[in-house]
Unconditional design. Structure first.
Length: 250
C-alpha cells in the first residue's frame, strides 16, 4: 500500500473510528493557544485530514471558525452528519484546495504523517497568513504503563514489518523547515472505556486494516482474553501522551 492508500483505508471503518477513537484533553487546546499566542475563539482554523471530525468538533467547541479538509468519502460523510454546520472540503494536505493566506491556524490531528512534507509544508505556508501557525499532534499510547507496553509488543510481534509506530510518525514533525519557529509539548491523560470500545479502537488502526479482517479478528479475540485477565470488570483504563508540535510562520 502507498501512504495515500493506507490513509484512505480508514474509510471502510468510519463509524467504528468515530465511536471508538479517543478525543483530546482540554490541556491540548490550552497549550495550542499558549504556543500560538492567540485564542482559538474567532480564529480561522483549517483542520486537515479531519477524518470523522473528532478534533474538528473540539476546535469548534472552543469557538474556532473551522473548515475541515478530508479526502475519504465515508470519513467526510460521517463528519458532515456529526457536524453539519462545519464547512467541509474534499482534499489532501499535499494540495490544499484553499486560497492563499486565509488561515490563522492549520491543524493536523493524527494525520501529518500521511503527507509528503516536501509538498505539505509549502502548502501550509501558502494558506497560512503571516504570523499564522501550524499545529501537529498525535495521541500515542503511553508506553510507560506496563500493560500498554506489553500490548504494543504483542502487536509488533503479530504485525511484523506492517507495523508503523506512532512514535516514528510523530517524529516526522522534525521535518519542518528550520525557518519556522517551533515548540513542542507532551500532555498525558487517561480515559476509562469498555473493553469492546478499546478493541474497536485498536481495530480501527491501519495496521489491522492492512492485515485483513480475519487476521485482525483472530488477534483481537486473543487480546480480549489477555485483557480480561487484567481488567476482569471489562473496563479498560487507556493512558495516552499527546505529542504536540506548533510551528509559526514568520
Amino acid at each position: 500500500m502507498t501512504e495515500r492508500e493506507r490513509a484512505l483505508s480508514f474509510d471502510a471503518v468510519a463509524d467504528q473510528y468515530d465511536e471508538a477513537r479517543p478525543g483530546y484533553p482540554p490541556a491540548l487546546f490550552d497549550a495550542i493557544e499558549e504556543l500560538t499566542g492567540r485564542p482559538l475563539s474567532g480564529s480561522r482554523v483549517i483542520d486537515v485530514g479531519a477524518g470523522t471530525g473528532i478534533a474538528t468538533r473540539l476546535l469548534r467547541s472552543r469557538g474556532a471558525l473551522v473548515t475541515a479538509v478530508e479526502p475519504g468519502p465515508e470519513m467526510a460523510a460521517r463528519l458532515h452528519r456529526a457536524a453539519p454546520g462545519v464547512p467541509l472540503v474534499r482534499g489532501l494536505g499535499d494540495a490544499l484546495p484553499l486560497a492563499d493566506g486565509r488561515a490563522d491556524l492549520i491543524t493536523y490531528a493524527q494525520s501529518w504523517h500521511w503527507t509528503d512534507p516536501a509538498r505539505s509544508v509549502p502548502e501550509a505556508l501558502r494558506v497560512l497568513r503571516p504570523g499564522g501557525a501550524l499545529a501537529l499532534w498525535w495521541n500515542i499510547s503511553d508506553g510507560d504503563v506496563p500493560w500498554i507496553a506489553a500490548q504494543a509488543e504483542r502487536i509488533r510481534h503479530w504485525a511484523g514489518d506492517v507495523h508503523h509506530g506512532a512514535h516514528s510518525a510523530s517524529g516526522r514533525a522534525r521535518n519542518l523547515p528550520a525557518a519556522m519557529e517551533r515548540a513542542e509539548r507532551r500532555i498525558t491523560w487517561t480515559r476509562r472505556v469498555p473493553l469492546d470500545t478499546h478493541l474497536a479502537n485498536l481495530g480501527s488502526h491501519s495496521v489491522f486494516r492492512m492485515r485483513g479482517e480475519q487476521a485482525a479478528a483472530d488477534f483481537l479475540a486473543d487480546e480480549r482474553t489477555e485483557l480480561l485477565g487484567l481488567f476482569p470488570d471489562g473496563t479498560v483504563e487507556e493512558a495516552y501522551a499527546v505529542e504536540l508540535t506548533v510551528a509559526r510562520r514568520a
